[in-house]
Design a protein around this ligand. Structure first.
Ligand code: ZN
Length: 191
């Protein structure tokens, strides 16, 4: 991933010649730049850290690492571009718990747009379908896309359950699960 040039951090007293050891403002300026750089360079790490914090405040399970998080270039639910490193916006990447109550565990997380994740909230598939039926225009289309996203992810979860049963059949199901997972990372199947 290309990392754009970042501005030099500045302190009103020391300018860009930071004296971090003895100036809190210098240190804070450096900290902000460092965090911004990390969001650019390692969006997966930033998403996992935010999820860990949210898991604690909402008391849901947390067992993921950055290896469970892939940031695609488009939102797999809404098909809009995902833009890394900007201030929070509709197109910011956001980590979704596919089934909210299961928490941040491997197989239950997917990177969506902030827009998709906010619309989805804590709703399950029947609730999303009801929302789609009640909504009009663009909102209706968005909820329909979200329902399709959850629908296909639930199928993948079922395939993973079959894979976990082991044996030769389990190996075949595991292969199907890997294939679907790769497809679903960036799938915008709604068109
Ligand atoms: Zn300073």
């Amino acid at each position: 991933m290309k990392i754009p040039l970042l501005p030099t951090p500045r302190c009103p007293v020391h300018g860009s010649k930071l004296k971090r050891a003895d100036c809190p403002t210098c240190n804070a300026a450096y900290g902000r730049l460092y965090q911004r750089h990390r969001r650019h360079a390692h969006p997966d790490v930033a998403l996992v850290e935010r999820a860990k914090h949210r898991a604690q405040t909402r008391n849901v399970p947390f067992r993921i690492t950055r290896n469970d998080v892939v940031v695609p270039t488009t939102c797999p639910a809404l098909g809009i571009p995902l833009i890394v490193g900007q201030k929070r916006a509709a197109t910011s990447p956001s980590l979704d718990r596919i089934q909210p109550h299961l928490g941040y565990v491997p197989g239950n997380v997917r990177v969506l747009s902030d827009r998709a994740n906010r619309l989805k909230g804590n709703q399950n598939l029947p609730q999303l379908r009801a929302r789609a039926a009640a909504a009009k225009g663009k909102k209706r289309e968005e909820y329909q896309r979200l329902a399709r996203y959850v629908d296909r992810e639930l199928i993948l979860a079922e395939v993973r359950t079959k894979a976990a049963q082991g044996g030769r059949a389990g190996e075949v199901w595991a292969e199907v699960a890997r294939f679907l997972d790769r497809a679903f990372i960036r799938a915008d199947w709604s068109r």
